[in-house]
Design a binder for this molecule. Structure first.
Ligand code: 8YV
Length: 312
């Protein structure tokens, strides 16, 4: 057993690199860590972490010499960072390298939902176009008003793209930011009232839980489309499902869900949604860059150098 342990479902090239460059042992669940012999667990100083299974203090205590948890992903809400800090464990993530892909998917979800691309595609593949004529008219997206919930790195990359669609950009975040004239709202209800398209780009975790609440969805109104590329936890999912079923909002484009991949079956009956299996960063190029950054952080830690992208 070496001093690098990796947890998660890694792509083949990442598994190869973890084994070749870092002599890592790879497991897929927390339970497998608990099942390792104590002497093996004691040797681990760095953990390459991937996935969404919560990793808390009890899990960390199984690795008494742990000094680093290097997360594969920008969002580290699965890792109890306070518990890590209390144990002197550093945490890193993989920011920035995925901004473009996640923003691309957010824009794609918005357009796919607004232009009804899934039912329109079904209209073609079912043969309806030839037999019943043209598909119904959809709605214009360019020139509309978009509200970004959380103007962090990804939120800003989305907003930059939407300005190319001549959209009027509004946003909310913990504090007002320097922007090219975008409108700041101090809370998501005021934001939702001002826009037709609400794009959620918050970090996950307890601080942002259900920030897109029933009241926010009511404020968005019947022309509203919700896009979520952040975490399922940021949206009150029952309220969202009610609003989609009752038509109190127009639709949603969702890449993330509570309890994913076992999502609420109510989603499967809806026709006013575009659903993706959490794949904002899931391109060959970006996943390779994320894996490289994760490993670079581990190399830096093992060599006693500054971490590249620390979160604590
Ligand atoms: C991945 C993500 O699904 O970066 C994130 O926060 O949610 C995604 O890019 C995840 O990192 C893979 O476990």
């Amino acid at each position: 057993m070496t001093n690098v342990l990796a947890i998660g479902h890694y792509a083949d090239h990442d598994q190869d690199a973890l084994r070749a460059d870092l002599l890592a042992r790879i497991v897929t669940t927390n339970a497998e860590i608990a099942a390792l012999p104590e002497t093996d667990r004691q040797q681990v100083t760095a953990l390459a972490f991937m996935g969404h299974e919560p990793f808390g203090g009890t899990d960390m205590d199984l690795l008494p010499n742990l000094g680093l948890i290097a997360n594969f992903g920008v969002g580290y809400d699965a890792i109890d960072v306070d518990a890590a800090g209390a144990r002197g464990v550093k945490v890193t993530n993989t920011p920035d390298v995925l901004n473009d892909d996640v923003a691309d998917l957010a824009v794609a979800l918005l357009i796919a939902q607004g232009r009804e691309m899934i039912p329109a595609s079904n209209w073609v593949t079912s043969g309806n176009w030839g037999t019943k004529g043209n598909f119904r008219l959809a709605r214009k997206i360019s020139g509309g008003s978009a509200g970004i919930v959380g103007l962090g790195r990804i939120g800003r990359t989305i907003a930059d793209r939407l300005t190319a669609f001549k959209m009027d950009i509004h946003y909310t975040s913990r504090r007002e930011k320097e922007t090219p004239g975008w409108t700041y709202h101090s809370n998501p209800v005021s934001l939702a009232k001002a826009v037709d398209y609400l794009i959620v780009a918050l970090v996950g975790g307890p601080d942002t839980e259900n920030q897109v609440s029933k009241t926010v969805l009511e404020a968005l109104g019947p022309r509203g489309i919700v896009v979520n590329i952040s975490r399922g936890s940021t949206v009150d999912e029952d309220a969202l499902l009610d609003a989609l079923e009752n038509g109190t909002i127009a639709g949603a484009g969702l890449d993330v869900f509570q309890g994913e991949p076992q999502i609420d079956p109510r989603f499967l009956k809806l026709e006013n949604v575009v659903l993706q299996p959490h794949q904002g960063s899931a391109t060959v190029e970006t996943r390779a860059a994320m894996g490289q950054l994760q490993r670079d952080n581990i190399h830096a830690f093992l060599a006693g150098r500054d971490l590249l992208t620390p979160v604590n």
